[in-house]
Ligand binder design. Structure first.
Ligand code: URA
Length: 430
């Protein structure tokens, strides 16, 4: 097969056959197809798209480029994936809650880059926690505890790892079929039976418009089910931060609050919605309400917190060790009125300025910095009232204060509360 001809075929909007896609992915992951040809192919896909069939074959080929975890002897193996947002710490309480309900959760997560935070960075703020390990060690932690959260080892969907890095620097990230195959290939390599996706839309999300988020959710659900993963997506709001805390150590503290029954309502609600969907999809409960009740009971009895402490310990972490939090600086409302806008992306930028996020993957992180947000869209505030607390050691406090101030809009008219859960996208019957 000739790679240049395959690039031209896609450029002209034609459908590639399964063998042609397998040839491309195999050649690229083995180094016989160079970056420049794969970049040209990815750009052609950005303009011409891929059919459902092509996306399914593309995804499966990326799964087949590496190892797939094996959970022989375990049933109800599943995971949750979020397209990323500000203050999104759902994975941290959800994994132990689901493990307490009888699921096996091998959660492969990522680091923060850009304005959205990363679950692994948050967990790394726990003294001793090891988020990088071999596939074998990770599997034995999950076998032992029922859950574990770590980074992807290099042998899980290696073609995606290489292609994603290439897309990142060639302007070819924003293509629904490429995003679909990238997300699903990593999840399918976990060897799971079911996947629930949190597809976010809004200022702090990858997808800025609701219609783009819906399109991505439909694509993920259709392709996920075609490759044998029972997949459901929940579309949720990311026009304001989730919960009150944004940062690393402060988000672990808030996750502990959730597991101990003292978490903010919005993040608890999203955790219950995603968790009950997954329990229903693997058949451990007969209704979403049953799933919610079971998950809530694991918080109420203390089992979920205990499971989290055990998971952290098996990753080498000490949940009781002190997690440093930077000194607190209040941000006050500049006027009275109703909170009309909270630009989640600007808040993510403020975290980066305070050292809590990365500009490039090699940057180190100050786990102790963060923001506590005290208001939500629709709340009434009075001039001079504290609206946020910044936890910051460094010199960047004034810039962070400016970004946080600019992220919040206050108007004179009452504003509707935003809808957190927009809709569920499930496989159509048949
Ligand atoms: N996240 C991924 O894992 N892949 C993409 O292509 C985009 C977001």
């Amino acid at each position: 097969m000739n790679v240049a001809e395959l690039i031209l075929k896609k450029r002209h909007g034609k459908e590639l056959a399964q063998a042609e896609i397998e040839f491309l992915i195999h050649g690229y992951s083995h180094g016989t197809i160079p970056d420049y040809q794969m970049a040209a192919f990815a750009m052609a896909v950005c303009f011409q798209g891929m059919s459902l069939k092509e996306t399914v074959h593309f995804t499966q080929s990326m799964v087949d480029s590496g190892e797939v975890m094996n959970w022989a002897g375990k049933s109800s193996v599943g995971d949750k994936h979020s397209t990323g947002g500000i203050g999104d710490k759902v994975s941290i309480p959800l994994a132990p809650m689901l493990a307490c309900c009888g699921m096996t959760i091998p959660m492969i997560s990522g680091r923060g880059l850009g304005t959205t935070g990363g679950t692994l960075d948050k967990l790394d703020s726990i003294p001793g926690y090891r988020s990088e390990m071999s596939c074998d060690e990770f599997q034995s932690i999950v076998h032992w505890n029922g859950c574990g959260i770590a980074g992807a080892s290099s042998n899980l969907a290696p073609a995606d790892k290489k292609l994603y890095a290439l897309r990142d620097v060639t302007g070819t990230v924003s293509s629904i079929p490429l995003i679909t195959s990238s997300i699903l290939s990593k999840k399918a390599a976990e060897g799971i039976d079911a996947l629930v996706l949190d597809v976010k839309w809004g200022t702090g999300a990858f997808m800025k418009s609701l219609s783009d988020a819906k399109q991505l959710a439909e694509s993920l659900v259709t392709v996920g089910n075609r490759i044998g993963l029972k997949t459901t997506a929940i579309i949720s709001d990311m026009n304001q931060p989730l919960g009150r805390m944004i940062g690393n150590a402060v988000e672990i503290n808030e996750s502990v609050d959730i597991l101990q029954g003292n978490g903010p309502d919005d993040i608890l609600e999203l955790t219950l919605v995603l968790g009950s969907q997954l329990l229903l999809d693997v058949g451990l409960v007969s209704s979403l309400q049953d799933g919610r009740n079971q998950l809530q009971s694991k918080i109420d009895t203390g089992e979920a917190y205990q499971k989290f402490a055990e998971m952290v310990a098996s990753h080498g972490g000490d949940l009781d060790a002190k997690r440093e939090i930077g000194p607190s600086h209040a941000v006050l409302a500049a006027e009275s009125g109703y909170v009309s806008r909270l630009n989640a992306e600007r808040l993510g930028m403020a975290i980066i300025e305070m050292g809590g996020g990365r500009r490039k993957i090699t940057d180190s992180i100050d786990y102790s910095s963060g923001i506590e947000f005290l208001v939500k869209i629709g709340d009434r505030v009075e001039i001079g009232q504290p609206i946020a607390n910044l936890f910051c050691n460094g010199q960047q406090i004034e810039l962070a204060r400016e970004l946080v101030g600019a992220s919040i809009g206050i108007g004179s008219h009452r504003v509707e509360q935003v809808k957190l859960i927009v809709e569920t996208v499930a496989r159509s019957p048949g």
